[in-house]
Write a protein of this length. Structure first.
Length: 246
């Protein structure tokens, strides 16, 4: 299976998710539409697509003109029944693709915060039989509305829409379940100035220390969540590819 990976920022790459998908037999083709490696002309030749995170705001077309073509391409993938997976900014772009509003959130979420699988999520093929409470890395200023007809799969205390499914093949997540331990450590230790600029010296330092403690406590379980979801999504891609070939 051949998968398109849309990387919106070099610090938010496919990471552990990519390792699991490659182990499942995927050929990953990464494009960087904001950094000189453009989108393909169409979905042809791909069996699915992954949209990764980044610091951009998903509604900011003025500064990021690639967003509209990204959403158009994602819509084409979906119309062909080719599975989609969006993470953080990628999940917001999926929500936008399916007609939902993305906006600046009232809160800033950072760290391995608790999110709960909804009753609908418990019965979802990607999330069934998992621990109903997960602690997965968050780092976002925006949030998305639930697209009309979508199913909410995960929710949190301060962000209602943490994951959704649209149709049977498109999945958007607000959290960053894709990151390796080294990737998470890099975010926590190398971008302290960003957190402090956002929250101020005192609250920023508190948030950083909290994230360090949460990392130690939850990274192993978060990586297991990644393994399960990656394997199941890869299975969905293979299933849909076989159905198209039949």
């Amino acid at each position: 299976m051949r998968l398109l990976v849309i990387e919106n920022d070099p610090t938010s790459h496919v990471s552990l998710l990519g390792e699991h998908l490659a182990a499942a037999g995927a050929d990953l083709v990464t494009v960087k539409p904001h950094h000189g490696i453009d989108l393909p002309a169409s979905h042809d030749g791909f069996d699915g697509a992954i949209v990764l995170g980044g610091p951009q705001h998903a509604h900011n077309d003025a500064e990021y003109p690639a967003f509209a073509p990204i959403c158009n391409l994602l819509g084409d993938f979906h119309e062909e029944g080719k599975p989609l997976l969006g993470l953080c900014l990628g999940g917001q772009l999926l929500a936008r693709t399916f007609g939902a509003r993305v906006r600046v959130h009232d809160v800033f979420e950072y760290g391995f915060l608790p999110i709960d699988i909804t009753p609908e999520g418990i019965n979802d093929p990607l999330l069934s039989d998992l621990n109903p409470r997960q602690h997965i890395m968050q780092w976002h200023e925006d949030t998305f509305a639930l697209p009309a007809g979508a199913t909410r799969l995960m929710t949190g205390a301060t962000t209602a829409n943490q994951a959704f499914r649209y149709g049977d093949t498109a999945y958007g997540f607000q959290c960053h379940f894709e990151i390796t331990p080294a990737h998470a450590t890099m975010w926590i230790e190398s971008f302290n100035h960003v957190i402090i600029n956002k929250l101020g010296e005192v609250e920023g330092r508190k948030a950083i220390e909290r994230a360090r403690a949460e990392f130690k406590q939850h990274i192993t379980a978060a990586n297991e969540f990644c393994r399960v979801v990656a394997d199941r999504w890869a299975g969905l891609v293979k299933e849909r590819r076989q159905a198209r070939a039949a």
